[in-house]
Design a protein around this ligand. Structure first.
Ligand code: PEP
Ligand code: MG
Length: 328
C-alpha cells in the first residue's frame, strides 16, 4: 500500500461529499520538515520546540533558537508552522536547569512543566518569544502554549509575547506580519472554562496524549496501562465532541495534535465529531488521507452522533463495522 499512499501525495484530503480536511504533521527537529514534501502535508501542526533543548548539553541561546525557527520556516515555505513553546520540566528535566529546579517530582506529568515552568522562569520564555518573533519577521507566526490549565495562564503567556514584540518594535526590528496565538487543551479542567478562553484564542489544539492520561488518570509512560483504556471510548469521544461544539459557537478553529489522530479509525471518529484539522506523525498522512478520500462525511457524522447518544460504551467495533459496510 506504500505506493498507493505515495500516489496520494499531491491529491487533496477531501471527502467524497466535498469537505476539506487539513492534514498536518508533528515535528521537532530541523530535518523533520522534509516530511512536508515527502507526505504532501498542509503544514506543521505541532513543532515541539523542546527537542532542541533536550538534545543540547547547554541551554540553547536565543540566537541558536532563532536560527532553528528560521530554518524551519524557510523549509516550510508558505505552509504554516505552529510552534509550541517549550514543554520541558517534569520527566523532561534538563541537566542545565538550576539545581533547585530539578527536584524529584512524584508525578512529573502533572508537575512543574511547560508553561508552569516557563512563566516562572520567564527569562527562558522571553528569550524564546523573541527568537520566534524575530525568526518570523515579515511572515506569519503561529505560537501555541502547552499545558494551559486556566485562562490566566494564557493571558500571561500572551502578555509576555506582546511585551517582547513592543521591545523589538522600539528597536525598529522587523516583526511578523501577524501573530496567531493558540493553546493546547491537554488538561481536562480547561474544557470547563472555554467561554473565558476561546475569545482570547486564534486556535485550539487538543493534545490527546496528555488529555487521555489525565481523563483516565493513567500514566501515558506506564507500559502496564498502555493497552488498558481506549481512545474509542465514549469517555474520550464525548469529551472531545463537547469541545468541538463549543469552539464552533465561538468560531475558533480546533484541531487534534495527539497520536490518536494518526490512527485511521480514531481519525475517522474525530472527523465524525467535527474535527477538520489533524496534526499527525508523517507516516500516518498517507493512510489517513486515503481514509478521508473514501469517506461520506455527512453519513459518518450521523453515524457518530447515533453511536455516541447511547447503547455502546466504546465505538471501536461498531464504527469499524460501519466503515467496512461503507467500503471506507
Ligand atoms: C499531547 O499531549 O497530546 C501532545 C501532542 O503533546 P506531547 O505528546 O508532546 O506531550
Ligand atoms: Mg502534551
Amino acid at each position: 500500500r506504500r505506493a498507493e499512499y505515495a500516489a496520494l501525495r499531491d491529491k487533496p484530503a477531501v471527502t467524497k461529499d466535498g469537505v476539506t480536511v487539513e492534514l498536518m504533521v508533528n515535528a521537532g527537529l530541523r530535518d523533520d520538515v522534509a516530511a512536508l514534501d515527502v507526505t504532501g502535508a498542509d503544514g506543521i501542526g505541532l513543532f515541539r520546540t523542546e527537542f532542541q533543548f533536550l538534545v543540547s548539553a547547554t541551554l540553547p541561546q536565543r540566537e541558536r533558537q532563532q536560527r532553528l525557527y528560521r530554518d524551519v520556516l524557510d523549509a516550510a515555505g508558505n505552509r504554516p508552522v505552529i510552534f509550541r513553546t517549550v514543554d520541558i520540566g517534569g520527566d523532561k528535566a534538563l541537566p542545565y536547569l538550576r539545581a533547585g529546579d530539578n527536584e524529584h517530582e512524584e508525578n512529573p506529568a502533572m508537575g512543574w512543566r511547560a508553561v508552569r515552568l516557563a512563566l516562572e522562569r520567564d527569562a527562558l520564555m522571553k528569550a524564546q518569544a523573541r527568537a520566534l518573533l524575530e525568526a518570523a519577521a515579515g511572515r506569519t507566526l503561529h505560537v501555541m502554549f502547552p499545558m494551559i490549565s486556566e485562562p490566566w495562564e494564557l493571558a500571561q503567556a500572551k502578555a509576555l509575547f506582546r511585551e517582547q514584540k513592543i521591545w523589538l518594535e522600539k528597536r525598529e526590528r522587523k516583526l511578523p506580519k501577524a501573530v496567531y496565538y493558540g493553546a493546547m487543551l491537554e488538561v481536562p479542567a480547561l474544557a470547563e472554562t472555554l467561554d473565558f478562553l476561546l475569545p482570547e484564542l486564534d486556535f485550539l489544539s487538543i493534545g490527546t496524549n496528555d488529555l487521555t492520561q489525565f481523563l483516565f488518570a493513567a500514566d501515558r509512560a506506564n507500559p502496564k496501562l498502555a493497552e488498558r483504556y481506549d481512545w474509542m471510548s465514549v469517555a474520550i469521544l464525548r469529551f472531545i465532541a463537547r469541545i468541538v461544539r463549543t469552539c464552533a459557537q465561538y468560531d475558533v478553529p480546533v484541531g487534534v495534535c495527539g497520536e490518536m489522530g494518526g490512527r485511521t479509525l480514531e481519525a475517522m471518529a474525530l472527523l465524525g465529531l467535527g474535527i477538520r484539522r489533524l496534526s499527525i506523525t508523517p507516516a500516518s498522512v498517507g493512510p489517513v488521507k486515503a481514509m478521508v478520500r473514501s469517506l461520506d462525511l455527512a453519513l459518518l457524522t450521523e453515524q457518530c452522533a447515533e453511536l455516541l447518544s447511547g447503547g455502546v460504551p466504546n465505538l471501536r467495533e461498531p464504527l469499524a463495522q460501519w466503515a467496512d459496510e461503507q467500503g471506507v
